[in-house]
Design a protein around this ligand. Structure first.
Ligand SMILES: NC(=O)c1ccc[n+]([C@@H]2O[C@H](COP(=O)([O-])OP(=O)(O)OC[C@H]3O[C@@H](n4cnc5c(N)ncnc54)[C@H](O)[C@@H]3O)[C@@H](O)[C@H]2O)c1
Length: 285
C-alpha cells in the first residue's frame, strides 16, 4: 500500500491561512512532506518552503480580495487556521479575524474548489456548547456579506464582549460549518467542510491566551488554563502537531466521507462535559 497516495495530497493545491506559526505551520509542514502545492498566507512571514507565500491581514477585506486574485484557479483543499485572543475592547476585531474572514475567504474560494475538495477551519474548545447559543449566532450566520457581518458585530459589540468574543466567534465557526455541510454550494460539488476544536496547545498564542484569561496577569491566566484543561487528568499541553496533523487528515482522501463534523481535540474534556451535563439532567428529573 502506498501510504503517501492514501493521503491524496500529491500535486494538490492547498491553501493554508495562518501558516506562519503554531498549528497552521505544523499542517503546512506535513502537507509539504505529502507532496502538496501549498499556498500559504499569514500576517507574518511564512518560513516553510511553500509554493507561494502571501502577507495578509485577514481582518481587512481589501487585503483578502487582493490575496484571492493571486491564488490559483483550482484549489483542492482549504485550511483556515488564523486566530487571535480576546482582550477588552477588541471584540469586533476578534469577530473579523476568527470568524468573518474565515467565512468570507472560504465562500469566495468555493467556485474554484475542485469536486471532492475539502475545507477545514480551526475553531476551538472555547466554542463547546455552540448549540445552546444558536439563537444569538443565527442572525450572524444570516448576514450575507463581509460588510453585513462586520455591521452585525459592531451593532452587537457589547453582547459579544459579555459572552466572551473569542467563544462567540468560535461558536460561529462551528455553527457555520454545521449549517453548510449540506448547503448546495458545498454538497453539490461534494466539497466537505469540517472544523477542529483544539484544547490547550503550546503555540504562538499561548502567552496572549494566558494574559487574556488572567486579565493581564499572565501567571494567573496560565494557572487558570492549566486548572481548566490539564489538572483534572494530570495532563500536558498539546503541541501544534497534535492539531495540525489531524487537520491534514480530515482534509485528506482518507477522510473522504467525513463532513459536517467538529473534531474536539482536547483529550476528551468535551466527552466528560457531555456526560456531566446528561447526568445533571437526570438528577434534575
Ligand atoms: N493555542 C491554543 O491553545 C488554541 C486552542 C484552541 C484554538 N486555537 C486556535 O488555533 C488556531 C491557530 O492558532 P495557534 O494556537 O496555532 O496560534 P499561532 O499564533 O501560533 O498561529 C496563529 C497564526 O495566525 C496568524 N494570524 C493571526 N491574525 C491574523 C490576521 N489578522 N491575518 C493573518 N494571519 C493572522 C498569526 O500570525 C499566526 O501565524 C487559532 O484559530 C486559534 O484560535 C488555539
Amino acid at each position: 500500500m502506498d501510504l503517501r497516495a492514501l493521503w491524496g495530497y500529491e500535486g494538490k493545491n492547498c491553501v493554508v491561512v495562518g501558516a506562519a506559526s503554531g498549528m497552521g505551520k505544523a499542517a503546512t509542514e506535513l502537507l509539504l512532506e505529502l507532496g502538496a502545492n501549498v499556498y500559504a498566507a499569514d500576517f507574518n512571514e511564512v518560513a516553510p518552503p511553500v509554493k507561494q507565500a502571501f502577507r495578509v491581514d485577514m481582518s481587512d477585506k481589501d487585503q483578502i480580495d487582493q490575496l484571492l486574485t493571486q491564488l490559483p484557479d483550482r484549489i483542492d483543499k482549504v485550511f483556515t487556521c488564523h486566530g487571535i485572543a480576546m482582550f477588552p475592547g477588541n471584540a469586533v476585531k476578534v469577530m473579523l479575524v476568527n470568524f468573518i474572514s474565515h467565512r468570507y475567504f472560504i465562500e469566495a474560494l468555493l467556485p474554484r474548489i475542485s469536486e471532492k475538495g475539502a475545507v477545514c477551519m480551526i475553531a476551538s474548545d472555547g466554542g463547546y456548547g455552540w448549540q445552546h447559543f444558536w439563537g444569538f449566532t443565527a442572525p450572524l450566520l444570516a448576514t450575507k456579506t463581509f460588510e453585513e457581518a462586520h455591521e452585525w458585530a459592531k451593532a452587537n459589540e457589547e453582547e459579544i464582549e459579555k459572552n466572551m468574543s473569542y467563544c462567540v466567534a468560535k461558536r460561529a465557526q462551528v455553527s457555520y460549518m454545521k449549517a453548510n455541510a449540506w448547503a448546495p454550494e458545498f454538497i453539490g460539488k461534494y466539497i466537505r467542510i469540517n472544523t477542529i476544536s483544539p484544547g490547550a496547545t503550546q503555540t504562538g498564542l499561548t502567552a496572549d491566551f494566558n494574559k487574556s484569561a488572567g486579565q493581564g496577569d499572565e501567571a494567573a491566566g496560565d494557572a487558570g488554563i492549566r486548572g481548566m484543561y490539564l489538572t483534572g487528568w494530570n495532563g500536558w499541553y498539546a503541541m501544534p502537531e497534535d492539531m495540525g496533523y489531524p487537520m491534514v487528515f480530515i482534509n485528506s482522501d482518507m477522510a473522504g466521507y467525513i463532513s459536517g463534523q467538529d473534531l474536539n481535540i482536547s483529550y476528551g474534556i468535551d466527552a466528560s462535559r457531555d456526560v456531566a451535563a446528561l447526568n445533571a439532567g437526570l438528577q434534575s428529573g
